[in-house]
Design a protein around this ligand. Structure first.
Ligand code: NI
Length: 255
């Protein structure tokens, strides 16, 4: 069985055919899917979707959505997280790709740290978004998250950074870009990564893997990521399925 550990099935791209998408996931062996909120509204939506047996949720405010974050936000996220199938805080983190203003970047850091505190209070693991902010993300994890568990989702950093992430006991999430021709450092990173430190994910509807690149992504395609991992790491697809599902079950407490 496969677990798609990071997805956005609440997205309007799936409104017309969500049931079909879930059927295809099941047929492909994807038996659990974790959807992550980026805003309060999408956090509510992913929580509501957990009435579907195979769906779990994470709640949080994405770094590109921090304008809506206020003094009441953490309480609202905590109320959502009280639901049994809300298994994580996320996705939270830093995104410097679009944000070039240093004051705004500091605000992202502050809100990231507040939500790490929330995860600590709620004793939940964390799903972190880090785009073009590897150094600051690592620094914050090292200073603020030593006692927390989590994953750097859609990992795009260097092998050197990955080694530091593993030292903290944190995992990396691997997505469609592993299958791209320009996957840069990622193959080297996943070749080195210990088996118990890797999760597979789609980030659907974004980042569809080859041979679906450029189209809408969906959980069934997580198998393409697993196939590529097996090829690079010289493992069988069954092995990859087994240890990545075990890692996800252990991190998020889903069995
Ligand atoms: Ni995402």
């Amino acid at each position: 069985m496969f677990i798609d550990t990071h997805c956005h099935l609440e997205d309007e791209n799936f409104s017309a055919d969500r049931a079909e998408v879930l059927k295809r996931a099941k047929a492909a062996g994807v038996e659990r899917i974790i959807n992550f909120g980026s805003t309060l509204q999408s956090s509510i939506a992913v929580t509501e979707l957990t009435t579907i047996p195979e769906l779990y949720a994470g709640v949080g405010i994405h770094p590109e959505e921090i304008d809506e974050f206020d003094a009441t936000t953490c309480d609202k996220l905590a109320a959502l997280a009280a639901a049994e199938k809300v298994v994580a805080i996320g996705e939270i983190g830093l995104d410097y790709h679009w944000e070039k203003d240093s004051a705004r970047r500091l605000l992202q850091q502050k809100i990231f740290i507040e939500q790490l505190d929330l995860a600590r209070q709620l004793k939940l693991p964390v799903c972190v978004h880090d785009r073009d902010a590897h150094a600051d993300t690592l620094k914050i994890l090292q200073s603020e998250a030593r006692d927390l568990r989590g994953v750097l989702h859609c990992y795009s950093g260097s092998l050197e950074t990955a080694r530091e992430v593993f030292k903290l006991g944190w995992l990396i999430g691997v997505d469609g870009p592993l299958t791209f021709k320009n996957s840069a450092k990622l193959p080297e990173v996943v070749k080195f990564a210990p088996q118990d430190m890797i999760l597979i994910e789609t980030d659907a509807p974004y980042l569809a893997p080859v041979p679906h690149r450029g189209k809408r992504n969906e959980p069934a395609y997580v198998v393409e990521v697993a196939k590529k991992l097996a090829e690079i790491r010289n493992e069988t697809l069954e092995e990859v399925a087994e240890y990545t599902a075990a890692n996800a079950a252990r991190l998020y407490g889903i069995f």
